[in-house]
Design a protein. Structure first.
Length: 512
């Protein structure tokens, strides 16, 4: 057999190659089958996921429609649920799959995106571009989506309830420049147009210093601001008066609230720039941020109410070289509002005027223009010290008569000094009453124990229960120099005091 014959015979045999082709073909068919089945499974999963997603979209749409059809007060309650993160959740089962539906509502202001409200707003607006609207959101989740850690289906829309009104409480500190005040809690109550029951709402201002109560189905509300320890109004009160506000549909009504931490003033009584003992003084301001004239009485000792505003009553004893404005339990650092003061401002230049006495009429500079009252700028939570001038009332009590004075009386007599300059004054801010009577005694030398007095007219009454008689004189203390008055214990009729020429009234068998 030749080589060519052997090669030709051998080449025609294909038994082994056919087996290999069969194996390869089977492998390829298997791969194709697996791929096809895998594709079918993926397609089935995708179809199922799409069905879940489509159902979630449908549920979200239904939720949005439900929210949009809810009355304004229902939406407002949803938007006022801070304990539940302003959310409401429920579940529903469709074709064996449990869907969780979460509804949210938030009031926002278009003029300040990302903030609940605009604290510096100070006027009403009927424009929806400037007003507040309600953003409602519906999110849908199901177990497969949660397991895959994918985001839920979400839909949002905005609502301006046609029968709802908005109330915005704007809290500021009244400073210069003015700043927003956070942490102020406002309580709103209203009776809906289709209701007979009171609906309460509550919110607390954030960093923007305001809180919006939107979608109120009413035309009036009552607003109550919760007391903040240590904070006072411009009048020195610790509580903002409950206010009734008129509101209107599709309008944001603004309710401004001004609060700041109270401060105090300590007065140092002086005569000829030297420290002396005094009783009470007045801290008075006019032309602050409010048109109201403010004045508070400082004293060496106070009585405070046990509840409510914890109002004070200035006590006129004891005498001391310093006195301070009230510091009650609700205003531990003082009840004076820190009105802004700025040297360059044309509208914020007011300082507290400080002078000895019980009322504004004791203003020393008004009585004598040569006298300079003390001046103080009150700062939040701080005490400011200031010196206040006094006048000297020199009382001489003689044992004899006007013609025969004899010696100065060594017997101690009681002296009641009534501040008649303040007879028609108003009650001080945050006080229960005006206290105008100051009591002391004479010394063994026949003089006043505490001769330094505030400027203005006084009624000085000296009496002794044993001798059963009184002497009354009304001095006009209108200069920072000595004012002399003399009493003669043996005089029986009225007379004029030497030097001052003040009339002395003698009244037997009576007390002051």
């Amino acid at each position: 057999m030749t080589f060519r014959t052997f090669f030709t015979d051998t080449a025609r045999r294909e038994d082994g190659l056919t087996l290999i082709e069969v194996v390869i073909t089977a492998l390829l068919v298997g791969l194709i089958a697996v791929g096809t089945l895998t594709g079918f499974q993926a397609l089935d999963r995708a179809s199922a996921d799409q069905r879940f997603h489509d159902q979630a979209v449908l549920l979200a749409t239904q939720s949005q429609e439900q929210l949009r059809s809810d009355p304004a007060n229902t939406l407002n309650l949803l938007a006022d649920e801070p304990l539940k993160n302003y959310q409401h959740s429920y579940t529903t089962k469709v074709d064996g799959t449990l869907y969780t539906i979460t509804q949210e509502a938030h009031y926002i202001n278009e003029s300040k995106p990302g903030s609940d409200c605009l604290a510096t707003a100070a006027s009403e607006s009927s424009s929806k571009e400037d007003g507040d609207y309600l953003r409602v959101t519906s999110t849908i989740a199901w177990p497969q989506l949660t397991a895959a850690k994918r985001n839920p289906v979400s839909q949002s829309s905005i609502i301006t309830p046609p029968d709802g009104s908005a109330l915005e409480v704007d809290a500021t500190n009244g400073a210069y420049p003015e700043s927003a005040l956070s942490g102020v809690t406002a309580k709103v109550k209203y009776i809906g147009v289709e209701s007979t029951e009171v609906t309460p709402l509550e919110g607390t201002t954030g960093t923007a210093g305001c809180i919006v109560f939107g979608g109120i189905p009413a035309t009036s509300t009552k607003v109550e601001i919760t007391e903040m320890s240590g904070f006072v109004t411009t009048s020195g009160a610790v509580k903002v008066p409950v206010a009734e506000k008129t509101i209107a549909p599709n309008i944001t009504t603004h309710d401004p609230v001004v609060l700041n931490e109270g401060g105090a003033i300590t007065a140092k009584f002086t005569y000829n720039n030297l420290p002396v003992a005094g009783s009470t003084f007045v801290a008075f301001i006019e032309g602050g941020t409010s048109p109201t004239t403010e004045y508070t009485v400082g004293a060496t000792k106070f009585e405070y109410q046990s509840s409510g505003e914890h109002k004070y009553k200035a006590l006129t004893e004891p005498y001391a070289t310093t006195a301070t404005t009230p510091m009650g339990s609700s205003y531990p650092k003082g009840d004076l509002f820190p009105f802004p003061y700025n040297e360059t401002s044309q509208t914020h230049k007011s300082k507290w005027q400080v002078f000895a006495g019980d009322c504004k009429e004791n203003n020393a500079h008004t009585i004598d223009s040569a006298v300079a009252d003390g001046e103080a700028v009150v700062l939040p939570g701080q005490t400011t010290e200031v010196s206040v001038p006094m006048t000297d009332l020199v009382l001489n009590v003689y044992t004899g008569t006007k013609s025969t004075p004899e010696a100065l009386a060594k017997t101690f007599y009681k002296v009641k000094i009534t501040n008649t300059e303040c007879a028609k004054t108003s009650t001080p801010n945050n006080a229960t009453a005006t206290n105008l009577v100051h009591e002391q005694s004479t010394t063994s030398e026949g003089h006043l124990e505490h001769p330094y007095q505030p400027f203005g007219q006084e009624k000085l009454c000296l009496y002794n229960s044993t001798e059963k008689h009184t002497f009354t004189v009304e001095p006009e203390l209108n200069t920072p120099t000595e004012h002399f008055d003399t009493i003669y214990l043996k005089e029986k009729i009225n007379y004029h005091s030497p030097v001052s020429n003040d009339e002395v009234t003698v009244a037997s068998n009576t007390t002051c």
